[in-house]
Design a protein around this ligand. Sequence first.
Ligand SMILES: Cc1cc2nc3c(=O)[nH]c(=O)nc-3n(C[C@H](O)[C@H](O)[C@H](O)COP(=O)(O)OP(=O)(O)OC[C@H]3O[C@@H](n4cnc5c(N)ncnc54)[C@H](O)[C@@H]3O)c2cc1C
Length: 512
Amino acid sequence: MSSIFLLLLALLLSFQSSSSVSVGSRSILRVVNNKNNGDQHDFAVDLNATNFDAVLRDTPATYAIVEFFAHWCPACRNYKSQYEKVARLFNGADAAHPGIILMTRVDCALKINNILCDKFSVSHYPMLFWGHPSKFVSGEWEPKQEKSEIRVIDDGRTADRLLNWINKQMSSSYGLDDERYENEHLQLNMSDPGQIVRAVYDVEEATSTAFDIILEHKMIKTETRASLIKFLQLLVVHHPSRSCRKGSAEILVNFDDLSPSDMWSANKEESVTGNGNGAMGNFQICGKDVPRGYWMFCRGSKNDTRGFSCGLWVLLHSLSVRIEDGESHLAFTAICDFIHDFFICEECRQHFYEMCSSVSGPFNKTRDFALWLWSAHNKVNDRLMKVEASLGTGDPKFPKIIWPPKQLCPSCYLAGSSRIDWDHDEVFKFLANYYGKMLASLYKDKGLLGDGGTNRSLVEDLAASTNAVVVPLGAALAIAVASCAFGALACFWRSQQKNRKYLYQLHSLKNI
Ligand SMILES: Cc1cc2nc3c(=O)[nH]c(=O)nc-3n(C[C@H](O)[C@H](O)[C@H](O)COP(=O)(O)OP(=O)(O)OC[C@H]3O[C@@H](n4cnc5c(N)ncnc54)[C@H](O)[C@@H]3O)c2cc1C
């Protein structure tokens, strides 16, 4: 009965997806940001009553500024270039400080925005507001309102003054001349556990980048197909981002059409579409707005440091704590094979595969696999610490350390020893919270996940996808099949455990 309901629901949603235009807010952002104004780009994002909530809900930025203006107002027209000078620093992939503040504007002279401007009691033009993006969603502001989480920017009449006001709020030192990759202003506190919240965007970015690299370098071959499929199955069920779970499911279910098995055979190198990747080349695994072109948690202080490989580690750790006990060995082999076949850094994949090959027995517990991955990562850190120190190739703001540092997890360290002595139970507890609950908490805050992103059901996922990409029937089935595969193993393992417990109890009773 429930499977019939599931099928009907999936059918309905897949019909919706084919008949409606996606209005995902990130795509609106992209469209708006690319708008040309003569020769000049507008960096501030134009919002209106239709996209206001969606854009502010979905932005990865920590803060938002909303400028209410009227296009007929001469002062607003003069102010535009000042506002744009600041928006250039924060908006778009070429921004000097992307992902921190989303700068937007709403034209109150447009009828469509009347109610919106009323809700914010706009009393003059231009009028600027500051707050966490989520506070603007379905939000309002009144002049006499006490303790509002949205504030009026009272000193932003020029670009300099606006940036000063921002710097005061954030204790930052942004400058109007800052350029991309001059990240010395990067405010970091590696011992701040809250930083990981931003990594959920990097996990999407890394997934999408990995997939792009696979296609660009034509890495799907007869001998590597199986490991990609296995990894996609893991992503379908356990990726912390719902859009990536959906995208992985769609690829899986269409895998044969997107990348026909004979496509990579010796005499059939030509692709279906001519770009060498078949229909797969047109597919974006985490939705069409990712990759965004910048990193948040994994942002380096130099152009060429951190980024993708950092995001990939975070993805692997987040998968390792999400799997069930019974899935741990499958997850281990899926990750080892994926890195071996698809991580294009030769030294990295070889070293990692050596560590994989030295594992003797199968993993039976999430804890064991998560701790193995953590320890493998620390071995890499330990090696790179020396290499980077001697060659000066590391990121000066992010030197390699044995992780987690004491400030981040005091209880991970056993007292009374001069060398590092780990309390492995505490380390696992820390990893599970850090890469599990905390990493997904931003989505939870935004109401995009019901349970911290761990085991949300397929029906919930499908039913919740109302506006952007809707999962087609095939993808729904793929999720179901992949869930069953991983779920069946988990069930089998659990029943084994139960049997073992039952036999043990029986045995104990006999001995009484
Ligand atoms: C599988 C794999 C193998 C690699 N092998 C090599 C190699 O052989 N040679 C090479 O030069 N580069 C290698 N790299 C790249 C390298 O490990 C770093 O990713 C890169 O130098 C960027 O470093 P980072 O400072 O951003 O931190 P990263 O090491 O990328 O770590 C990302 C984040 O993970 C957290 N973290 C750090 N250590 C741990 C841990 N032990 N457990 C859990 N979380 C942790 C920290 O918050 C850190 O900021 C590899 C990357 C991957 C994904």
